[in-house]
Design a protein. Structure first.
Length: 339
């Protein structure tokens, strides 16, 4: 090869080296070993058999996602209240609604337990929209959630809004006052059933064959479900201010950080110096099978890294403490892997 040819070749190599695109942020430092984490999730599910476990984890620094049964729809239960609150806050932020608007709760607006608002009615019947959003997220109040849902336009509004924001795999289809009686084999909810004692009595009076068929149907129902990947995508969109402005994202994050339910689940794995913003969901155990024990949340670690986690457990025959321990173990595995 001539001197001129060698020089030209070296010049081309130098140009190619200079024009090479840099790695995207975080791609050179992935948080998780996919195979190792998947194996640990599989072992947790095996120990919880016959329950089915669904998990999705995303390191928000790199965008890396690890999923186990990640595309399978799982019944959400109260997990839906986080995207519901986001949809309501989006309407407040846009000026379509006001957080200070007063909403009156009537007898036909009451919902099944869990609902301190229903139990207090009619002693108190007026709440601001902002209060109802807070009660829905922090206290997981079903009457509050249904009132917020009605005010923003119904369940379909939440699902369509999420899809418009590129959040797929989260389907909100019914009010709690529709969903809970239906899966318990009851007729439409009535105000006489308000409160845990009265509602439990109504459930106990349902014909066993009807209740068993309803419980079985719920396990196969694709309505009011989320895939773990869809739930994590929702958490990511919230954390990255894609759903709401930074101020409103912080507002919802603060409510989720104060969430008072499911504290033995992902919250039990929060590392020292870290925080968790989350929303849990739990279904009623019927005929020895629990249809849904869930938790989705955003860990912020001491060093500022953020990890989105969604855990769904369905078809479990274990008691509540054991089911919650399964989710806490997933949280510990994820946190340990991120260190």
């Amino acid at each position: 090869m001539s001197f001129r040819a060698v020089t030209a070749a070296l010049l081309l190599l130098a140009i190619a080296g200079c024009s090479r695109e840099p790695e995207m942020l975080g791609q050179g430092d992935l948080a998780f070993d996919r195979d190792a984490l998947t194996a640990q999730f599989r072992a947790i599910e095996t120990a919880a058999a016959p329950a089915v476990l669904g998990v999705a984890v995303q390191d928000l620094s790199s965008g890396q996602i690890i999923a186990y049964n990640g595309d399978r729809p799982f019944p959400m239960q109260s997990v839906f209240k986080a995207p519901l609150a986001a949809a309501a806050l989006a309407q407040i932020e846009s000026g379509r609604l006001s957080a200070d608007e007063v909403i009156e709760i009537r007898d036909i607006d009451l919902s099944p337990p869990r609902s301190a608002i229903a139990e207090a009615w009619p002693g108190r019947a007026r709440y601001t929209l902002g209060e109802l959003i807070e009660r829905a997220v922090v206290d997981s109040d079903n009457t509050a959630a249904d009132a917020v849902m009605k005010r923003i336009g119904g369940p379909g509004v939440v699902t369509s809004w999420l899809e418009g924001e590129k959040v797929k795999g989260v389907s909100v289809d019914r009010y709690e006052r529709q969903l809970q009686p239906e899966i318990d084999g009851l007729a439409s909810f009535r105000s006489a059933w308000k409160g845990q004692v009265a509602y439990d009595a109504a459930v106990a009076a349902a014909p066993p064959a009807t209740a068993r068929a309803a419980a079985r149907a719920y396990l196969a129902d694709r309505r009011d479900t989320a895939t773990p990947i869809g739930a994590v995508r929702c958490l990511e969109a919230l954390a990255q201010n894609e759903l709401l402005s930074p101020a409103y994202s912080r507002r919802l994050n603060a409510l989720m950080t104060r969430s008072s339910t499911g504290l033995a689940r992902l919250a039990a794995a929060t590392p020292p110096g870290g925080t968790l913003a989350h929303k849990a969901g739990t279904g009623r155990t019927a005929f020895g099978v629990n249809p849904a024990t869930n938790d989705i949340g955003l860990y912020t670690l001491k060093d500022g890294r953020r990890i989105a986690v969604a855990v769904f457990l369905t078809g479990s025959t274990q008691d509540a403490a054991a089911r919650e321990a399964v989710i806490a173990e997933v949280g510990r595995v994820v946190v340990a892997a991120a260190r």
